[in-house]
Design a protein around this ligand. Structure first.
Ligand code: NAD
Length: 415
């Protein structure tokens, strides 16, 4: 098993060495400020009681409240959550938003639960955690297998327990429903990670030697991958492959992501989709494409398969999809890896806009949200590209250096 937290630490210390940051700063950032493990008792529909383990890791709050999603996954563990929290600290610093880094996880396969069991689990997690979160303390959001509906249950439970009237403690909430409009989700949040990823891609594309309309393979078609596929296709790119956890489909002439999504919704599988070849997730990564977009889980591109990955540009919409060994090999062969802490920052940026709207009692038009997203993210992509060129380092190292400079200027004092 590849440990994502060890990978995150290797990235952190590697960049610190290039940027010549003081070891005190890096030692502090190598640890979480607070780690909470909770037990969540859930009454199942058949009357039995089951216990689920959950985590919230609060990595660093020097730049603002801890911020990061909650993942529901059978393989979630504390090291994964630690890694994701550390990356959130770097991501919010790269994005230049006044937030810190945190992350949560519950060890569960939500596909095995009924809707009411899922609601009880979501509310139970908040009951176990509510004293440690809050609009000025720690602001969770959705991640793998957590949805706007789950955020709605969580924020409702939090409001009941705490009396908070802002609903600003959770982002990625739905739009509509029974809560006042200025306490709901933000316009544009659903597509934000995929769209932000496209803005970053568009900013670096020409410099990376990728033509407009190039071929793209996308692993994962959840919130992030599904939106990314539609956005790439709508901008004239040829999306040749898509996948879910069970496998993928490939057509070298291009797929229609809307049709693929519709098919998956109806059949709950991609198997049988007409006019495409069935492929495994491993095969998807090795397709002869210009752009590869991992948008599922960590550790997909490793020293085991990197020699067969042929894409010119890898846009990391998932967190931690490339191991440090694979990263090094890709760099040596001249591939451009647009790192997660830049590529997928669109989600946390619009989450921050949602938090701001809730605190101010406002609800912004979609156009305003998307304009602000682009204005926030694209200059950071340009800056990181420039920094990578100046220092002759990969984009990931440059992104960590930019984040570390911003963190160093506000670092918590040692006592
Ligand atoms: P999601 O649950 O909506 O979708 C996950 C997708 O990955 C699904 O299509 C699922 O079938 C697929 N998948 C699961 N296991 C897989 C496997 N072993 N191989 C291939 N595909 C698999 O989750 P999401 O919100 O789209 O998150 C995807 C990635 O993006 C994660 O790494 C997450 O941390 C990252 N991310 C999400 C956001 C966000 O706003 N949701 C923001 C930044 C980063």
């Amino acid at each position: 098993m590849i440990n994502p937290f060890e990978n995150a630490l290797r990235q952190l210390w590697g960049a610190a060495k290039v940027g010549e940051f003081p070891s005190d700063l890096i030692e502090k950032l190598s640890r979480s400020e607070k780690e909470i493990t909770v037990t969540i008792p859930v009454r199942m529909d058949d009357g039995t009681l089951r216990f689920f383990e959950g985590y919230r890791v609060q990595h660093c709050n020097w730049r603002g409240p801890y911020k990061g999603g909650i993942r529901f996954h059978q393989n979630a563990d504390i090291d994964e959550v630690r890694a994701l929290a550390l990356w959130m600290t770097m991501k919010t610093a790269v994005a230049g938003i006044a937030m810190g880094g945190g992350k949560g996880g519950v060890v569960v396969d939500p596909k095995e639960l009924s809707v009411s069991e899922l609601e009880r689990l979501s509310r139970g997690f908040v009951r176990a955690l509510w004293r440690d979160i809050g609009p000025r303390v720690d602001v969770p959001a959705p991640d793998v297998n957590t949805t706007p509906e789950i955020m709605a249950w969580m924020v409702d439970e939090y409001a009941k327990l705490s009396g908070d009237q802002t609903d600003a403690t959770f982002t990625g909430k739905p739009i509509g429903g029974t809560r006042p409009q200025n306490r709901q989700g933000s316009e544009g949040r659903g597509a934000a990670t995929g769209l932000g990823g496209f803005y970053v891609f568009d900013a670096v594309r020409a410099r990376a030697g990728v033509a407009e309309g190039a071929s793209v393979a996308i692993q994962g078609m959840g919130n992030v991958g599904g939106h990314a596929a539609k956005i790439f296709a709508s901008h004239g790119y040829k999306v040749v492959a898509m996948s879910d956890s069970k496998g993928g489909i490939y057509n070298e002439n291009g797929l229609d992501p809307e049709e693929v999504e519709k098919y998956k919704e109806e059949h709950h599988t991609l198997t049988g989709f007409s006019d495409a070849k069935e492929i495994s997730n491993a095969e998807l990564l090795e397709l002869p494409v210009d752009v590869l977009v991992p948008a599922a889980l960590e550790n997909q591109i490793t020293d085991q398969n990197v020699s067969r990955v042929s894409a010119k540009l890898i846009l990391e919409l998932a967190n931690g999809p490339t191991t440090p060994e694979a990263d090094e090999i890709l760099h040596q062969r001249g591939a451009v890896v647009v790192p997660d802490i830049l590529a997928n920052a669109g989600g946390v940026i619009v989450s921050t806009f949602e938090w701001e709207q809730n605190l101010a009692g406002e609800h912004w038009e979609e156009e305003k949200v998307l304009t602000k997203l682009k204005e926030t993210l694209v200059p950071q992509a340009d800056l990181i590209w420039q920094r990578a060129e100046e220092k002759k380092v990969p984009l990931r190292v440059a992104a960590f250096i930019v984040a570390l400079e911003r963190l160093a200027s506000v670092q918590g004092q040692a006592v």
